[in-house]
Design a protein around this ligand. Structure first.
Ligand code: ZN
Length: 415
């Protein structure tokens, strides 16, 4: 006997604790369905003077044929219902739990989705249970949400547990003049399906939310007039590098990097649940990346030129390099990368006892488990096209305290 049912007439989830006022009693033409097994349910205990509290019964008071799923869906639905109540308590907010993308066969196993609105903003909020259904079911859900409210942002808050968080390693990135460690994860097929369908996947991690971007490994191509070999004091292949795709990971990303932001930072704007700070970090990573790519290419040119000069000097020939050896640099080559030069590089076999040379402030980092060599078979030689995703627009900021802060606090409590 579950505490919830799908009302197929309204496509909303009925939660018994909400009360059943206005709902017809009995079989009611089969409008109530079990969330787990899809059997028609009977609403009982609603007549005046009934000796029991209202409840939904499978026919003939039989037990659900999927008792485990029934219990799990009830538990997951309760989390969603309480979150809905928190949203409803906020001034100006409306929230309802909807059953979208479900059919009379093949239940998705997902709890209801919360459709919350504030002013012109509508967000579909998912907080699934421990496991996600397969990708086709997720796509069905996403399509249904889109049909219900075109333009609604579809946000999935996942749990940071082994089922939903495949940690790979970490990536050292540099921006704002400091190094940061970002987790990297291997997205599941389901998570990729959500993002590919336009949804957003975030992980809750205590007071933090982890926002993903795409990491694409590649090797810099060797162009004429460049020397990428045996860079002094480098412990790894300088050609091994990466680029970012943002604000959502591109489909062909090798893994996802995660920007941690404070939950509370998502509430400083009325742009509901938009991770503005994470998008700003991604923009900085992109700027750093461009500087890093430029610096390495120019250093390869500079090294080539220096070595040509040394070689010709040793061989007794005039020390002036041939004209074609002079790199066509857009800017003067410097010995020191620009201050914003990032440090994110794939992990390579390195002598960790060797201090990072100050002339090349790109320290060895703990990176993905795969070495660049191991990845060579799936990285085309050459700088891939820049991501087609436009830079994230920065929503209007406001210092006005937002009621979303309370909502997020509630969400955190109910992970
Ligand atoms: Zn059932």
């Amino acid at each position: 006997m579950g505490n919830s049912a799908w009302d197929t007439v309204t496509n909303r989830a009925v939660w018994l604790a909400d009360g059943v006022t206005g709902l017809p009693a009995g079989l009611a033409g089969g409008r109530y369905r079990c969330q787990a097994c899809r059997e028609r349910l009977v609403l009982k205990g609603v007549k005046p003077g009934a000796k029991v509290a209202p409840y939904f019964s499978h026919p003939n008071e039989k037990a659900c044929t999927r008792p485990q799923q029934e219990a799990q869906l009830d538990a997951d639905t309760e989390v969603v219902i309480r979150l809905r109540d928190t949203i409803r308590a906020l001034p100006g907010f409306h929230a309802d739990v909807h059953v979208l993308g479900e059919g009379l066969d093949n239940p998705s196993g997902l709890p209801p989705v919360i459709i919350c609105t504030h002013g012109e903003t509508t967000v579909a909020l998912e907080h699934p249970g421990p496991s996600l259904p397969d990708s086709e079911v997720l796509r069905r859900r996403i399509r249904a949400v889109r049909e219900y409210h075109d333009g609604a942002r579809h946000v999935w808050f996942l749990r940071k547990d082994p089922n939903q968080f495949g940690k790979l390693g970490s990536l050292t990135v540099r921006y704002d003049g400091r190094d940061e460690e970002h987790h990297t994860v291997a997205p599941t097929e389901q998570q990729e399906a959500i993002v590919a369908a336009g949804g957003q996947v975030y992980w809750l991690d205590g007071k933090l939310v982890l926002i993903p971007y795409g990491v694409h490994w590649f090797f810099h191509p060797v162009r004429p007039g460049q020397d990428w070999t045996k860079w002094p004091k480098w412990r790894s292949d300088p050609r091994a590098d990466w680029r970012i795709s943002k604000p959502s990971p591109a489909r062909d990303a090798d893994c996802w990097g995660l920007v941690p932001i404070a939950l509370s930072s998502m509430t400083r704007s009325q742009a509901v649940f938009r991770p503005t700070e994470a998008y700003q970090v991604m923009d900085k990573l992109y700027v750093s990346q461009q500087a890093r790519h430029r610096w390495r290419n120019r250093h390869a040119e500079e090294l080539h030129r220096q070595r040509r000069v040394e070689h010709t000097a040793q061989s007794g020939r005039p020390g002036t390099p041939a004209a074609e050896d002079v790199p066509e640099a857009e800017e003067a080559i410097t010995d020191v990368p620009p201050p914003s030069a990032p440090s994110a590089r794939p992990r390579v076999a390195a002598d960790q006892s060797t201090p990072a040379p100050s002339a090349f402030p790109e320290p060895a980092v703990s990176g993905p488990p795969a070495t660049p060599e191991a990845r060579a078979d799936r990285t085309a030689p050459g700088i891939p096209a820049q991501p087609t995703y436009p830079p994230a627009a920065v929503p209007r900021q406001t210092s006005r305290p937002s009621p979303w802060r309370k909502l997020l606090a509630a969400l955190r409590r109910r992970r």
